[in-house]
Design a protein around this ligand. Structure first.
Ligand code: ADP
Ligand code: 5GP
Length: 218
């Protein structure tokens, strides 16, 4: 393997959207596409939905446990969303980034803002997913079949609050056709991985080129 590609710095890839726009679906596709990606399993105080597995989809915590982690500085970011607490535990993120692996976050705009403003901010790639229309957003929430009418109404009510933060993100995708959106997402991730600051091995490679250049000139 060439020196330039040997060491890669991990990216913090953030997906946000109003609930129902498709970010979990896109996150899952991204994980299947590149198994080296680490998904940041959030902690939450909300109840598990049918089929959700503790430690896989979320770490389901009591409010006291959640608040203790925040007080211990063990959360990279945290926020109150839809009446529940959500947060990204710091330790697995730090471990993955140190090992040069990218970490994928499915978090809201408050979390995205906190990570962007953190020490890891310059290694952040943030992508906002917009729905093609508000009726389609509602249709997707209903068709997901995981929340009752009251919860869906609450999510619809909050959707504008989330959408209004679209312009704080590096990239924005309108998730109309799922396959087309996923193709664009892969393009973004592929390109961002090639950013100069994500390739710490480049300096050594250029030094080697310089040595070879001087030899060539002798
Ligand atoms: P979020 O994680 O943003 O809340 P989900 O990924 O759970 O949203 O998607 C909500 C529902 O919409 C799911 O049933 C999913 O299969 C569906 N969905 C996602 N993207 C599309 C799309 N482009 N076209 C049609 N349905 C979609
Ligand atoms: P849900 O209850 O549908 O799984 O998630 C509700 C909202 O909380 C979504 O917008 C999701 O992105 C956000 N969320 C999930 N985990 C976290 C987290 O760790 N931090 C923050 N800030 N938001 C999160």
């Amino acid at each position: 393997m060439a020196a330039a590609t040997q060491s890669r710095r991990g990216l913090l890839i953030i997906l946000s959207s109003p609930s129902g726009a498709g970010k979990s679906t896109l996150a899952k596709r991204l994980m299947d596409w590149d198994p080296s990606l680490r998904f940041s399993v959030s902690a939450t105080t909300r109840q598990p939905r049918p089929g959700e597995v503790d430690g896989e989809h979320y770490h389901f915590l009591q409010e006291t446990q959640f608040k203790a982690m925040v007080a211990d500085g063990a959360m990279l970011e945290h926020a109150h969303v839809f009446g529940n607490f959500y947060g990204s535990p710091m330790a697995p993120v730090a471990e993955a980034i140190e090992a040069g692996r990218d970490v994928l976050f499915d978090i809201d705009w408050q979390g995205a803002q906190q990570i962007r403003n953190s020490a890891l901010g310059r290694h952040t790639l943030s992508i906002f997913i917009l729905p093609p229309s508000i009726p389609e957003l509602k249709r997707r929430l209903v068709s997901r079949g995981q929340d009752g009418p009251e919860v869906i109404a609450k999510r619809m009510l909050k959707s504008w609050d989330e959408i209004s933060h679209w312009d704080g993100y590096d990239y924005v995708l309108v998730n109309d056709d799922l396959d087309a959106t996923f193709e664009k997402l892969k393009t973004i991730v592929g390109a961002e991985r090639l950013r100069r600051e994500q390739q710490p091995g480049l300096a050594a490679h250029v030094r080697k080129l310089h040595d070879e250049f001087r030899e060539e000139q002798e």
